[in-house]
Design a protein around this ligand. Structure first.
Ligand code: 3PG
Length: 395
């Protein structure tokens, strides 16, 4: 159920779960995407004459009131983005919260303090959820990126009040459905990142759903090693070799073509300006050299595969993109994906913390069809796991 399904909102108080777990340094927000994506829901409720009480977590205070983890620094940024005053309440339940809401005019906005200052939040304690529910008439979940948590403000509350998906939640779910649920075929995936072990469930789920899967980053080394390639001094999880072989066998059985690096950029160290060279993955990696990026032949093959596809789902960089020149493969592949997306030839959906940073680094985050704001939730969704925050809205 989305906000469009809600009966008259005028004069009602909406408890809106947002994800304001934003990067902050010295009490200042350094990246405000998650604030921006919350604006359409807040504005829609204000326009309809509702009062808006924002619920959010910040960091992991473990049930303690940790002053450095207060949400208060977010207020200034939110006021500027919204172009309207935002009141702050020192607590998300009880008298403080009630007082902040008591004389709030229609269309007014209150940000309630970090829900994780209460131990009941992460325990999904029904009594704590009930205390929050007392404050409002309806619940709106606009925090897809926290929907993998079965916490009181992401799950429990949805069971106590009429519950709706906010605009950002709806956009995320639509994009994810277009990428994996009900995609235009053929579908290609790019999965990168350091370790096979952290993406095992994800890889297993994807090989059953995709037509092609390109594996990059450190985890590709483990696959190359599993195939008997001498990977020199490259990062790899050698104890995962059997698992890597199982995934390759499963992919073959399910008709998913796996693209592994055919050439790689190697160096002795991960340092800017270090001597590098490009070699064929199966033949020429020296004893103490490390694979730090995919090579140009690999990127060319990947771009051709993307051009043959109608849908792309991307998680994880292809190399150590934070240390140029080992960003080259990720940047070129990202630019090609963005170009195809802009031309309407590819539905390109990406997500996960590193991936979003890599797309910004490549200057193409705006040109993808959709970039998720989620880290962990995006991964769990790619693993095929139900997300408690989403399931509670469906119940
Ligand atoms: C995130 O930043 O991915 C979400 O806000 C969830 O935060 P958490 O990992 O602390 O639950």
């Amino acid at each position: 159920r989305t906000l469009d399904d809600a009966p008259s909102l005028a004069g009602k108080t909406a408890l809106v779960r947002v994800d304001f777990n934003v990067p902050m340094e010295a009490g200042k927000v350094t990246e405000d995407t998650r604030l921006r994506v919350a604006l359409p829901t807040i504005q829609k409720l204000r326009d309809a004459g509702a009062r808006v009480a924002l619920l959010a977590h910040f960091d992991r205070p473990q049930g303690q009131r940790v002053p450095s983890m207060s949400l208060k620094p977010v207020v200034d940024d939110l006021e500027k983005l919204l172009g309207a005053p935002v009141r702050f309440a020192d607590d998300c339940v009880g008298d403080e919260a009630k007082a902040a809401l008591a004389d709030l005019e229609a269309g007014g906005v209150v940000l309630l303090e970090n829900v994780r200052f209460h131990a009941g939040e992460e325990k999904n304690d029904p009594a704590f959820a009930a205390q929050m529910a007392e404050l409002g008439d309806l619940y709106v979940n606009d925090a897809f990126s926290a929907a993998h948590r079965a916490h009181a403000s992401t799950e429990g509350l949805a069971r106590l009040l009429p519950a709706y998906a906010g605009e950002s939640m709806r956009r995320e779910l639509d994009a994810l459905d277009a990428a994996l649920g009900n995609p235009q075929k053929p579908v290609i995936g790019i999965v990168g990142g350091a370790k096979v072990s952290t993406k095992l469930d994800l890889l297993k789920n994807l090989v059953g759903k995709l037509d092609r899967l390109a594996i990059g980053g450190g985890m590709a080394n483990t696959f190359l090693f599993a195939q008997g390639v001498d990977i020199g001094g490259s990062l790899a999880e050698k104890d995962m070799a059997d698992t890597a072989r199982d995934i390759l066998a499963e992919a073959e059985a399910k008709g998913c073509e796996i693209l592994l690096p055919i050439d790689v950029v190697v160096a002795k160290d991960v340092k800017p300006g270090v001597d590098t060279h490009t070699v064929l993955a199966r033949e020429e990696i020296g004893g103490d050299e490390k694979i730090l990026d995919a090579g140009p032949l690999t990127v060319e093959k990947l771009i051709k595969a993307m051009a043959l596809s109608r849908t792309l789902i991307w998680n994880g960089p292809l190399g150590v993109f934070e240390v140029p020149p080992f960003d080259a493969a990720t940047v070129k592949a990202a630019q090609a994906a963005a170009q195809l997306a802009k031309a309407g030839a590819l539905v390109a959906v990406a997500g996960g913390g590193d991936t979003v940073a890599a797309l910004h680094h490549a200057g193409v985050a705006e040109d993808m069809t959709f970039v998720s704001t989620a880290g962990g939730a995006f991964l769990e969704w790619m693993e095929g796991k139900p997300l408690p925050g989403v399931e509670a809205l469906r119940a």
